[in-house]
Design a protein around this ligand. Structure first.
Ligand SMILES: [Zn+2]
Length: 239
């Protein structure tokens, strides 16, 4: 029987001033990632616990510098911390705008945003800009090039059938260094292309076994993709 693999968190990677820390990425529990450069602070997939992890790690002043949130898809383990993070930023009187990038059709983010506006709009100290992504067009945020790409993630619906979930990965490039994050995905040619040659690839290995490969990748699939990057982390590994 294959030896059980349990990823230890946090996972940290740094090259010059490009820094990434994966606080957590456990299927059905939570993901939470911070990416920083000398002049930017981004959060990727703020699952439950992101505020606790940020608070342990960063001053309030640093947390207020978060300018952009990138969401790979709307599953609760990737967005469960959004509400508390948005609230905290207002309580701490954030003044600068916050951008949220997410796959078009991600009903979870739009629902959280609408409910949040309903409760807090009268006292919100900062502007929230929603950016649904419907193409793989590259854009730049704080000197970081961001290339979203479609991946291939599904969830169980009625009768044990699976349906596609709006889901994307992101490739971040900054001063010729690149990080590829695939989010949750089954084997994806887009991810294969984007991970190749990256300085860091963050690859999910969420399939319990070969039966579930239309939702997630096996460890062998994930490793094969990771090995085409200079360095890789396996995340979202079932515990
Ligand atoms: Zn998922």
């Amino acid at each position: 029987m294959a030896k059980k693999f349990i990823q230890k968190y946090p996972l940290v990677w740094k090259k010059d001033d490009l820094f990434i820390k994966i606080y957590c990425s456990i299927p059905n529990i939570a993901t939470g990632i911070i990416l920083t450069t000398n002049n930017s602070t981004f959060i990727i997939d703020p699952g439950d616990g992101i505020l606790r992890d940020l608070n342990r790690d960063k001053s309030a002043e640093e947390i207020l510098k978060i300018s952009d949130i990138f969401i790979s898809h709307g599953h609760h383990d990737h967005v469960g911390g959004v509400w508390s993070l948005l609230t905290y930023l207002s309580v701490m009187r954030k003044k600068t705008a916050l951008n949220i990038f997410y796959p078009e059709g991600c009903v979870e983010i739009e629902s959280i945003y609408n409910a949040f506006q309903k409760v807090y709009s009268h006292e919100l100290t900062y502007k929230i800009n929603l950016h649904p992504i419907n193409s793989s067009r590259t854009f730049t945020r704080k000197s970081v090039k961001v290339k979203p790409f479609k991946v291939n993630h599904r969830e169980f619906a009625e009768n044990n059938k699976t349906v596609e979930v709006p889901s994307i990965g992101f490739k971040f490039t900054y001063n010729n260094k690149s990080i590829c994050y695939g989010g949750d995905t089954a084997y994806s040619e887009n991810l294969v292309k984007m991970a190749k040659g990256s300085d860091l690839a963050i690859i999910e290995a969420g399939a319990e076994n070969a039966e579930f490969t239309d939702l997630h990748m096996t460890r062998d699939q994930a490793k094969a993709i990771g090995n085409t990057a200079k360095k890789y982390f396996l995340v979202h590994v079932p515990e």
